[in-house]
Design a protein around this ligand. Structure first.
Ligand code: FEO
Ligand code: CA
Ligand code: CA
Length: 683
């Protein structure tokens, strides 16, 4: 079976306009003129920036036409640095000629009047509501435009996915919670809610260093922030709660993993593993059971054991004699969405865009847009054997006029991969593809709230934990990280298939596809595997029968399947990885891969890492290794590609990283990576 589809590096898509081929690396000022919806006095901007007026550029820094999320380089650039070896050091290691600055560690004061961070994390829950949250994840840099390229000043939106209770509660290590009891310390729970969510951070570069600007844009969005529902599910019976009896509002966003950004300059944050924060000790309906909501408080952080309403809602057990508007039986249905945040409007209410479905949303990657055509958003659902989705808007993109409401009408599709290298997108639309009342879907709201069940019904392909998607604007190919899946070929409903070909898949792989005609809204595609993780050939041979996972698996004969099939190869020690997770294609064309996997001396894997690839040649090389216990996740850049922002999430165990400000507890933080000669990062 030949899974390799040969496609040219640059695809001519007929009626698509050419991508911007100017050699000028940045057109943000032109874009600002055409796109800015408003001008803003940025009175708080650091004096060093020396600027009075700032405005919104498009989300990817702009392009000549002001309406695509594409690239501004004539051709994609290739990795050009000397790779770093695997490492077990409690440090961030980058190639020779690069520098790293640590920015916004967990607990850094963010909003005006916020309490300073106290080493040992002695801050209260109220303190944390004004400070940077924990577990930095997906993020995006929105440049300000000052008539000059916005490479030195902008808003950084950062997701805060999770917490380490033992690190943020120095007295109790978060352990003062016993089965069957109420969680005893309310402030600990308050601090945990405040540690999740999103930070909007104004940052500016003063000389060589980036700094936080304590301006009006800085904002914490937490599990307590009021949100509004939009789209087909707004007002549905299954969204009605004691807090919002008409099903239009909710409190908070939770387990914010990867992200997206829109052409109109807003941020998309994605709710991933929300189910594990709830419990229902009664009968769990499918919208809870299919998503893994636990039966007992002891499987959770115990928020729902507290009597106060902001926490009690995480116990979704129906109250006897009550209806849905009098208890929190539907509270789980208010999570699992893609949330749109306008970082330029600090008082705006975040919107849960329900048309994009309810799942363990990993990310929401908006494809390059074209005026007069629909917008496509790619969506991973990260759990073993879950699916890959995309959403296509009903309305077409109109530069300067389109706003987030376009995401409220459209079609959610789920992917089916065929063994011959083809694939199709199956619409999850009520009334189509057997999604009818007779099959348990009474209306569109029921389809969307039960997205996973709908995808089950239409026979979509169960994937090896779909994490981030990333689009190459030069080739229009879409990439998906399938991080790993211990149940592949083990669980009865997850047999080995062409797109998920490795039994027990410990190391993961990256799938790549091209939509029919290069049109993102197409309903058919052709696919191949681009990279597969794993040890070197030499290590696999040396492991022999001692590591049976590698025995007899033909997919361990080749690990790189670039667009040029003649370049297929095994990966060398400079490129081996496991568990790909974060993916990002720079405007420069460099394809970045971040990992969230395991260390293993016998397999040759050290701490988690970030690699750079040229997907056409198959060149793959290690750019960065992280501290002990961390995950690499979250990546964005300035429009000129000369500053790269990368997140270190949950350094732990023996780690003391980043060991700044008198603190030795490990903390998540953002890295600012620059090339010492001022060049484009990764080249
Ligand atoms: Fe939050 Fe699937 O990573
Ligand atoms: Ca992830
Ligand atoms: Ca992961």
């Amino acid at each position: 079976m030949d899974r390799i589809t040969s496609v040219p590096a640059t695809v001519n898509v007929g009626d698509e306009p050419e991508s911007n081929t100017s050699s000028n690396p940045w057109f943000g000022d032109i874009v600002a003129e055409r796109l800015s919806r408003r001008q803003m006095i940025a009175g708080s901007v650091a004096a060093a920036v020396g600027v009075a007026v700032a405005s919104r550029a498009d989300a990817h820094g702009g392009g000549r036409n002001g309406h695509h999320l594409g690239h501004d380089f004539r051709r994609p650039l290739s990795p050009g640095f000397a790779p770093v070896p695997h490492s077990s050091a409690d440090a961030v290691i980058v190639p020779e000629g690069y520098s790293v600055q640590v920015l916004i560690p967990e607990g850094e004061p963010l909003t005006r009047g916020a309490a300073p961070y106290i080493p040992g994390d002695l801050n209260t829950g109220a303190d944390r509501e004004g400070q940077v949250g924990a577990h930095h994840d997906g993020m995006w840099f929105f440049p300000f435009v000052h008539g000059q390229p916005g490479n030195r000043h902008g808003l950084l939106c950062v997701n805060h996915e999770n917490i380490n209770p033992e690190l943020i509660h120095p007295d109790t290590q978060g352990g003062a919670y016993e089965a069957g009891n109420v969680r005893p310390i309310e402030d600990e729970v308050r601090k945990e809610l405040a540690s999740h969510g999103v930070s909007v951070v104004e940052i500016a570069r003063d000389g060589g260093e980036w700094q936080v600007v304590k301006g009006k844009y800085n904002r914490r969005i937490t599990v307590g922030t009021v949100m509004e529902f939009t789209g087909p599910v707004r007002g549905a019976d299954l969204l009605k709660t004691k807090y919002s009896p008409n099903g239009t509002r909710a409190r908070g966003t939770l387990n914010n993993c990867a992200n997206g950004r829109t052409p109109w300059g807003t941020y998309l944050t994605c709710e991933e593993n929300w189910a594990g924060y709830f419990y229902n000790s009664g009968v769990r309906p499918r919208e809870q059971a299919r998503y893994g909501v636990p039966a007992a408080a002891t499987s959770t952080l115990g928020w729902g054991t507290r009597p106060e309403d902001p926490y009690r809602r995480f116990n979704t057990t129906p109250v006897a004699g009550a209806d849905a508007t009098q208890d929190y039986r539907n509270e789980t249905n208010t999570f699992g969405w893609v949330v749109e945040i306008d970082p330029f409007e600090p008082k705006s209410t975040p919107k849960k865009r329900t048309a994009l479905g309810r799942m363990g949303h990993e990310g929401a990657e908006v494809a390059p847009v074209t005026a007069g055509r629909p917008i496509t958003v790619y969506l991973g659902d990260d759990a073993r054997g879950e699916y890959l989705y995309k959403f296509v808007t009903k309305d077409v993109y109109r530069p300067g006029r389109t706003d987030g409401s376009i995401l409220d009408r459209g079609t959610l599709y789920v992917a089916k991969f065929h063994a011959d290298g083809g694939g199709e997108w199956i619409a999850l639309a009520h009334g189509a593809n057997d999604l009818t009342a007779a099959n348990g879907f009474a209306n569109e709201a029921e389809v969307l709230i039960n997205t996973r069940s709908a995808a089950d019904l239409v026979g979509a392909t169960r994937m090896d934990r779909p994490e981030w998607t990333a689009i190459n604007p030069f080739t229009r190919r879409v990439q998906l990280a399938c991080t790993n899946n211990s149940q592949r070929g083990v669980a009865a409903n997850q047999p080995v298939d062409a797109a998920n070909p490795r039994r027990r898949n410990p190391d993961g792989h990256i799938v790549s596809w091209l939509e029919e005609g290069g049109r993102f809204e197409a309903t058919t595609f052709s696919w191949n595997i681009l990279f597969a993780g794993g040890p070197t050939a030499e290590r696999i041979a040396a492991l022999g029968a001692a590591d049976s996972v590698y025995q007899g698996d033909p997919l361990y004969a080749v690990q790189a399947f670039p667009d040029s099939p003649e370049k297929q190869q095994f990966l060398g020690e400079d490129a081996t990885f496991n568990s790909p997770d974060g993916l990002f294609v720079s405007r420069s064309g460099i394809f970045w891969i971040q990992t969230d996997g395991y260390s293993s001396a016998s397999r040759g894997f050290g701490n988690q890492q970030m690699l750079a690839a040229d997907p056409v040649t198959g060149d793959l090389r290690r750019f960065l290794t992280g501290p002990v216990g961390c995950e690499l996740t979250g990546i964005t850049e300035t429009p000129d590609c000369r500053t790269l922002f990368v997140n270190i999430q949950h350094p732990e165990g023996s780690s003391t990283w980043p060991a700044i400000g008198g603190e030795t507890r490990p903390r998540s933080a953002t890295l600012v990576i620059t090339k010492d000669d001022g060049g484009i990062v990764g080249t």
